[in-house]
Design a protein around this ligand. Structure first.
Ligand code: ZN
Length: 214
């Protein structure tokens, strides 16, 4: 499989998936049964991709001011039947909405970046990374609606609560923090679970979850 150039974000053309519920930047494969088969990763590759996704959430949420108490990933064989193969455990927060939304977008955009960087990118994998972030997008829509009574849009509003615009902001934040995210992902693949202090030390960031801790 060869990496193909992806169009710049200002030309993002969204694709309505066949279930009419999901909208993706990358087209849905003509036929598929489950996302893992579409991706065709080895267990080790999938574990690293999951680690990159969760490490990106962790670093961008913590630097936005969200306490991240822990981050956990599971291998494919361990994750069967569970809701997610990775998760960040967050404490209560009061942060700038846009920073929060960028932190929630970070997982899928980091996966896409990592696929390019490792030469493993293709359309189907990029699509699968988006469909794996459906819960993140739902959370983005929930926070947006709670705060502003506006729903997330897909290049129809031209404003900050548009997903293409949020992705642009997220990609710039990933530029800034990419080395920290990669280091955290490597440690996460090794340990599978990191606590608040380990997150702060390995990623070289301030994690609000360590405040008041000994
Ligand atoms: Zn996520």
């Amino acid at each position: 499989m060869t990496a193909t150039a992806e169009p710049p974000v200002d030309t993002v053309r969204w694709h309505v998936n066949r279930n009419y519920r999901h909208i993706t930047r990358h087209p849905e494969p003509a036929q598929w049964t489950d996302k893992w088969s579409v991706e065709g990763f080895t267990e080790a590759e999938k574990l690293h991709g999951t680690a990159i996704h969760e490490a990106a959430h962790t670093v961008l949420l913590a630097t936005a001011g969200v306490p991240v108490h822990s981050v956990t990933i599971r291998a494919m064989s361990e994750a069967v039947g569970r809701l997610a193969s990775g998760e960040t455990l967050r404490g209560p927060f009061n942060v700038v909405l846009q920073d929060l939304l960028v932190g929630l977008c970070a997982g899928e955009r980091a996966e896409d970046r990592w696929l390019h960087e490792t030469g493993m990118w293709n359309l189907d994998r990029a699509w699968a990374a988006e469909r794996s972030a459906i819960n993140d997008r739902q959370e983005i829509d929930n926070f947006t609606y709670q705060t502003t009574s506006l729903h997330l849009t897909y290049r129809s509003s031209g404003t900050w609560h548009d997903l293409a615009t949020l992705h642009e902001h997220t990609d710039r934040a990933l530029d800034t923090h990419w080395a920290r995210i990669r280091d955290l992902a490597v440690a996460l693949v090794e340990a599978r679970h990191l606590n608040a202090r380990q997150i702060a030390d390995i990623a070289r960031i301030h994690n609000p979850a360590t405040e008041g801790a000994a």
